[in-house]
Write a protein that binds this ligand. Structure first.
Ligand SMILES: Cc1cc2nc3c(=O)[nH]c(=O)nc-3n(C[C@H](O)[C@H](O)[C@H](O)COP(=O)(O)O)c2cc1C
Length: 197
């Protein structure tokens, strides 16, 4: 792979939410989990853990909870209603499901932050997302969970943080992407504009 290929992969990675009813071969899932394993973490503490949810019964429980989670959010924000912009309940049945959790005890306490365990997990999620794309799979990370209920389904200790689920599979949609222009995202030397607007 050339550096241009990598740039292209990063540019064309999208959130894919509709999947064929076709299992991803175990070898590919293992490759994706390897990408997670090699992600960076503060002081290499490796706080994140990955649960490959293979059991159909557990997947159905997660599917029900995904619906319940959206329904709860819709109480506050109508975009999560079934007819809203973000009303689609994510598919937990067809794709491969990898739940991501992380251990708050495996964090450095430094002067400004003790949330490195979440950053580490996030980096592993992006690594899996890109690796899945490179293997010809579509993927999405889903953060939208009533987390304590998800933890109960998957036997995650209460004090751990449940980041969400990474799902990947054979895409049946090709979403397009947009981003803000670079000038709006990047400034040179100092934050742009007045500090007290
Ligand atoms: C931290 C995080 C949480 C996300 N949570 C959800 C989610 O709960 N459900 C979902 O369908 N997509 C979720 N996404 C996917 C985003 O909606 C998607 O990445 C974004 O709209 C940009 O689209 P693109 O990835 O196709 O460029 C999440 C993405 C991130 C990074």
């Amino acid at each position: 792979m050339t550096s241009e290929d990598l740039a292209e992969l990063m540019r064309t990675r999208r959130a894919v939410r509709k999947f064929e009813d076709r299992a991803v071969p175990d070898e590919l899932v293992t490759e994706i989990l390897e990408a997670a394993r090699w992600a960076p973490s503060p002081a290499n503490l490796q706080p994140a853990r990955f649960i490959w949810v293979r059991d159909a019964g557990l997947k159905h429980q997660l599917q029900d909870l995904a619906g319940e989670s959206k329904e709860l959010s819709a109480y506050w924000d109508p975009i999560f209603r079934p007819d809203g912009k973000s009303g689609l309940v994510n598919d937990l049945i067809r794709p491969t499901v990898i739940a991501v959790c992380s251990d708050p005890a495996k964090s450095l306490t430094n002067v400004h932050a003790d949330n490195g365990f979440e950053w580490a997990a996030a980096m592993s999620i992006y690594a899996m997302w890109l690796r899945a794309q490179s293997l010809g799979l579509g993927a999405v990370f889903v953060q939208h969970w009533i987390t304590e209920k998800a933890k109960r389904i998957l036997n995650v200790p209460l004090r751990w943080t449940f980041l969400g689920t990474f799902t990947c599979g054979y895409a049946v949609e090709s979403p397009t992407g947009t981003r803000l222009p670079r000038e709006e995202l990047v400034s040179i030397d100092r934050f742009p504009g007045p500090a007290h607007p």
